[in-house]
Write a protein that binds this ligand. Structure first.
Ligand code: NZQ
Ligand code: ZN
Length: 391
């Protein structure tokens, strides 16, 4: 293990079919004025809204609402939410939904008590630390993917300036508790479900493909990826397979709750490109990642060839003898099998489908941060070549 690190994850997590029962007791630990934050209405259609209201009423809470949090939440919505939260004198935020709702709730939690500063500039442009006066967040997760339920990430989009940036807040901003019932994910539309699956895969790969030391984190990630690939194939055929959905949900949490990042320099370039595509097109997050991944990994493979060989053998069961024990061929076969799996589960494989074309490719390039902790720091020309190959 390289480097010096701290591992501290303060989120208390409840998992399983009965997980929601724990909300009752958890609510006792927080204030009376609850701001109930949710998205576009899926929780009303599934009946989850009513179940949660019953628990909040039973607990005697004053409930106000901040609804309509959109996928890829915007800064305008955050400004509106800050007003609502202030009017409601919210002392606790209950976020019910996917990554967008939880990310947004974290953004709110550190902005409600800001004095004269603009949250966009402070957190999402300058990446400053959160103020002390944070309104605590608890969450009920309805879709697996981002890992937001157990981390400090908060991604906000600003369409005026075509920027989608993520601030990773410290442990004070992690949800205080997270409730995960895999059954709640049964109703996630297939497109969103597979996008979530690839988001998980990408989180793992972007930590895995860095460094050349022998690192426990890599072995954990290999297990997570094997489980994810296996369960995703089952879940696309049978969305109500509890075993598969529960494994996907748990893998999502572990993919990005900071554990497997320990001792790793980490790449994250696919997320930088994906966020830029998201800023320009507002496309679904996981699909922005899947659309560029194969060209990206083909491009960086020569710079981390041994790791790509290991990935092929351990994660994709590539048999070296079938490829004359040739490292490059083995590594390439790994990416080929990954590409086959991506097509099998129905992922978007090119950026044109998401709305990137000749007219806005420069906007994507402009919005992409080029990071240098993976196997290869891209130049702008290389980025352009990858995007063109992704068309
Ligand atoms: O809004 P509603 O009506 O609830 O519908 C949502 C939304 O349309 C729907 N949905 C969620 N659960 C459902 C459901 N529909 C039926 N049944 C259910 N049980 O799914 C749609 C997508 O939801 P969203 O929350 O946007 O998806 P996801 O969880 O993928 O979150 C994406 C956001 O998270 C950010 C992304 O950039 C994006 O903005 N990320 C956050 C990260 C973090 N906190 O660490 C890291 C990630 O890399 C990612 O960047
Ligand atoms: Zn992601």
């Amino acid at each position: 293990m390289l480097g010096n690190f701290k591992y501290h994850n303060p989120t208390k997590l409840y998992f399983g079919k009965d997980a929601l029962e724990n909300l009752r007791d958890e609510l006792k630990n927080y204030g009376k004025n609850v701001l109930f934050v949710y998205g576009g209405g899926s929780i009303k259609r599934t009946g989850l809204f009513d179940k949660i209201m019953a628990i909040l009423n039973e607990a005697g809470k004053n409930v106000s609402f901040d609804d309509g949090v959109m996928p890829n939440p915007t800064i305008e919505k955050l400004y509106e939410g800050i007003d609502r939260a202030k009017k409601a004198k919210a002392d606790f935020i209950l976020a019910v939904g996917g990554g967008s709702v939880i990310d947004y709730a974290k953004g709110l939690s550190v902005s409600i008590n800001l004095k004269d500063e603009d949250p966009w500039q402070k957190y999402y442009i300058n990446f400053e630390e959160a103020i002390d006066d944070i309104v605590p967040v608890g969450c009920v997760l309805t879709m697996a993917g981002t890992g937001s339920e157990m981390n400090g990430g908060s991604v906000i989009s600003n369409h005026d300036v075509k920027i989608k940036n993520g601030k990773v807040f410290d442990e004070r901003v992690f949800p205080k508790f997270a409730i995960l019932n895999p059954e709640l994910t049964y109703t996630v539309p297939r497109y969103q479900m597979v996008a979530g699956v690839f988001d998980i895969m990408s989180h793992i790969m972007e930590q895995y493909f860095s460094g050349d030391d022998d690192n426990t984190s890599d072995y954990i990630m290999e297990g997570l990826m094997r489980s994810l690939i296996h369960s995703s194939k089952i879940a696309v055929k049978n969305p109500t397979d509890y075993e598969a959905r529960s494994n996907i949900m748990w893998t999502a949490t572990w993919a990005l709750n900071t554990l497997v990042a320990k001792g790793k320099s980490q790449d994250w370039e696919v997320h930088m490109i994906g966020q830029a595509i998201g800023a320009v097109t507002n496309a679904t997050h996981g699909m922005t990642l899947s659309s560029v991944s194969i060209p990206y990994y083909k491009h960086i493979m020569p710079y981390g060839l041994l790791k790509f060989r290991r990935f092929a053998e351990v994660v994709w069961n590539v048999e070296p003898y079938r490829f004359n024990n040739d490292t490059r061929q083995i590594a390439e076969e790994g990416l080929r099998r990954m590409s086959d799996w991506m097509k099998e589960i129905g992922l978007v494989m090119n950026i044109s489908e998401l709305g990137v074309n000749e007219s806005n490719i420069d906007d994507v390039i402009k919005a992409t941060f080029l990071l240098d902790d993976g196997y290869k720091q891209l130049t702008e020309d290389e980025l352009r070549a990858i995007l063109v190959a992704s068309m």
